[in-house]
Design a binder for this molecule. Structure first.
Ligand SMILES: [Zn+2]
Length: 386
């Protein structure tokens, strides 16, 4: 059994230990020490990282009471080694984990729901409950959780004697009977847990419940605590300030400001569509029967709207109709149209444009749509040759 230093001192960031074994495993080394302050990947929480001597600790796992450190360098069996944990990250995990106990304890006490899942990742912390709560109820839990932070309640971790344990009412996901580590947060929560915790609730700093979703008949709540919540606040504040500057409204009014912009955008889109339709109708109204081809360059209406014109124009000419809509300089989308049975088909024109300008496109004998890179002058000069 590895002696778990984090059980008695969650703030221990460095320690000295003896290397009991070191075995090569794939491209890593599996190192077992007589004792460690590294908390393994356990209970939904990822493992601590840090250094053992000059070796980086990449992962830590526990099996049957033995903790194995996976490192990028071998360590000499029997030697003494100095261990150092990436404590900034560990402390943030303790803030999140202790925060989770407070929230889960409060939800059990106030609404009778059990925590049935917990994930503490680098970017996300989620809590699953076996029943549904409203956003108002979660807001109340968040208020009470932060009250518990302000009250700076002591958090104790202990292994009660079997008799005392039997009499204790505590939360636990497993049926445990011996060597049960009990984490108590005043009258807020009593829970079986092996993870390191902060010493007092004030160290959590802040508990912020974010979004929640309905999940497996209950809810999954996203949460941030302490330093992570502060970073998140900073990032959100920065984004909000950027939006506020971009749309020239006060930060407190960005929602209303964006809403106004969306309304205006919708109105402008409607106006633009009406304008495009009017342009297409004008082109159609100007059509006259002709033997020659009908060639139109029309930027504003756009190629989709001009399809109606191309259809109409094909009936006014014994030749073909070609519509070009500018995308960017010397880049056009086009529609080629010819009536049924016309001597030159839309496909014939497309083939010639491909041959001459490398135009792309596809369709039928009566209509082809595609794209072309060429100047208007070159296209206008070339088309009558067909
Ligand atoms: Zn826990």
């Amino acid at each position: 059994m590895t002696q778990k230093l984090y059980y008695t001192d969650s703030k221990m960031s460095s320690f000295d230990a003896t290397v009991l074994s070191c075995e090569s495993e794939n491209d890593r080394y599996a190192v077992v020490l007589d004792k460690t302050a590294f908390f393994p990947d356990e209970g939904g929480q990822y493992a601590d990282t840090g250094m053992l001597g000059n070796a980086h600790v990449l992962d830590v796992r526990e099996k049957n009471g033995i903790i194995t450190h996976f490192t990028d360098m071998p360590l000499e069996v029997g030697s003494r080694v100095h261990g150092g944990i990436d404590f900034e990250d560990r402390f943030e995990k303790m803030q999140c984990h202790s925060g989770e106990h407070i929230v889960s304890g409060l939800i059990l006490r106030h609404y009778g729901l059990n925590n049935v899942g917990f994930h503490l990742g680098r970017d996300d912390v989620t809590l699953d409950f076996d029943g549904v709560l409203s956003s108002e109820q979660l807001e109340e839990i968040e208020r009470l959780a932060n009250k518990a932070v302000y009250d700076n309640i002591e958090i104790t971790c202990e292994f009660p004697e079997p008799n005392r344990l039997a009499a204790l009412d505590y939360r636990s996901k497993l049926e445990l009977t011996e060597n049960v580590r009990i984490v108590t947060i005043g009258d807020i929560d009593v829970c079986a847990c092996c993870a390191p915790h902060v010493s007092r609730t004030g160290e959590i700093g802040i508990i912020k419940l974010l979004d929640f979703i309905h999940y497996k008949g209950g809810i999954r709540v996203h949460m941030l605590c302490g330093a992570r919540a502060l970073r998140d606040y900073g990032a959100r504040y920065k984004r909000n300030r950027e939006i506020s500057n971009l749309i020239s409204v006060k930060q407190t009014d960005v929602s209303a400001g964006v809403s106004r912009l969306l309304d205006e955008n919708g109105r402008l889109k409607g106006e633009l569509t009406d304008t495009k339709k009017a342009i297409v109708q004008r082109h159609i109204a100007a059509l006259e029967q002709t033997d020659a081809s009908i060639i139109v360059f029309e930027k504003l209406a756009g190629v989709d709207m001009m399809r109606e014109f191309a259809n109409a124009a094909a009936r006014f000419t014994d030749s073909f109709c070609a519509v070009f809509c500018e995308k960017s300089e010397n880049e056009y989308n086009f529609i080629l149209a010819a009536r049924e049975g016309a001597p030159v088909t839309a496909r014939d024109i497309a083939a010639r444009l491909k041959e001459r300008f490398g135009a792309r496109g596809g369709g039928s004998d009566t209509m082809v749509s595609g794209g072309i890179s060429a100047s208007e002058t070159d296209i206008r000069e070339f088309l009558p040759e067909i």
